[in-house]
Design a protein around this ligand. Structure first.
Ligand SMILES: Nc1ncnc2c1ncn2[C@@H]1O[C@H](COP(=O)(O)OP(=O)(O)OP(=O)(O)O)[C@@H](O)[C@H]1O
Length: 260
């Protein structure tokens, strides 16, 4: 049983709350003159799972770095209403000499949590991502999917209110990717965090999200937004329905239009 402290509530797409992330007219020009983003307006509230799709190099990772506070926008405002942010990358970034348990404890350790508390928190997070029994394994003994679960568990130990995902499943095979998507949605329904998720997969975007945002080629601007009408929790077989295929088609079309 999880003992993480976020309160489980039913997920709704119209949660009446202030945005945890609020971008107003955000633009980004790097010192070398590259303009990566232009006029981006975007909000993410608790209970919203917002996915960004866009062509390679359009500024998606830059958007996440601004959202995380790692980078400052050169124009506009990016407001974060929480300090509890989870950041998950495509690379699981585990320390090879540390066990799963010890890797999952790392952020809490760096954050100064006492040993007993962080050990319990890590165990709960490991349980949450379905890795119980592998606490003492080293990263080299794990599959790609298990490494990503470990990375997810590590980010859960700080009880994030806002999750930033930069193609977390991009390096995994399709079945593992879909399975992890299902797991992530299960946790999303339980914990109701806010998520901003980057992916190149239109089907993954539609399956996971409450909203899909389509960006143009660089400089990235939002060219279309799709509210996803399917209720949570979602049945994995949703992926095989005509309604799902239709929405994927519409998003793909918008992506192509924005690219041209
Ligand atoms: N620090 C930087 N200095 C100069 N240019 C940068 C910097 N970081 C990113 N860029 C450029 O900004 C643009 C957007 O990069 P970004 O990584 O955000 O794109 P992306 O949409 O995430 O790409 P991909 O889908 O391929 O991962 C690219 O042209 C990249 O070369």
């Amino acid at each position: 049983m999880s003992t993480l402290t976020l309160t489980p509530t039913a997920v709704s797409t119209d949660v009446a709350s202030d945005p945890l992330l609020d971008f107003r007219n955000v633009a980004m020009q790097f010192p070398n003159g590259t303009v990566a983003l232009s006029g981006v307006d975007l909000t993410v509230k608790r209970g919203e799972f917002v996915t960004v799709v866009g062509p390679s190099g359009c500024g998606k990772s830059t958007l996440l770095r601004i959202a995380s506070g790692l980078e400052n926008a050169s124009e506009g405002t990016a407001t974060l209403a929480t300090k509890r942010i989870g950041y998950v990358f495509q690379d699981a970034t585990l320390l090879p000499w540390r066990t799963v348990q010890s890797n999952v404890e790392l952020l809490a350790e760096l954050n100064g949590q006492p040993k007993k508390a962080r050990a319990a928190k890590a165990r709960a997070a490991i349980d949450l991502v379905g890795l119980s029994g592998f606490e003492q394994n080293l990263p080299k003994e794990l599959s790609g999917g298990m490494k990503m679960r470990t990375s997810l568990a590590r980010s859960f130990t700080l009880d994030p209110e806002l999750f930033l995902f930069d193609e977390p499943f991009g390096a995994l095979d399709e079945i593992t990717r879909e399975r992890l998507g299902d797991e992530l949605l299960r946790i999303f329904v339980e914990q109701q965090f806010a998520a901003l998720f980057i992916t190149h997969s239109v089907a993954e975007a539609v399956y996971l999200s409450t909203r899909v945002v389509v960006m143009s080629g660089r400089p990235g601007r939002i060219v279309d937004t799709f509210e996803v009408p399917f209720e949570h929790p979602r049945d994995p077989d949703l992926r095989f329905t005509p309604e799902f295929a239709k929405l994927c088609g519409q998003v793909s079309h918008a992506l192509r239009e924005g690219h041209s």
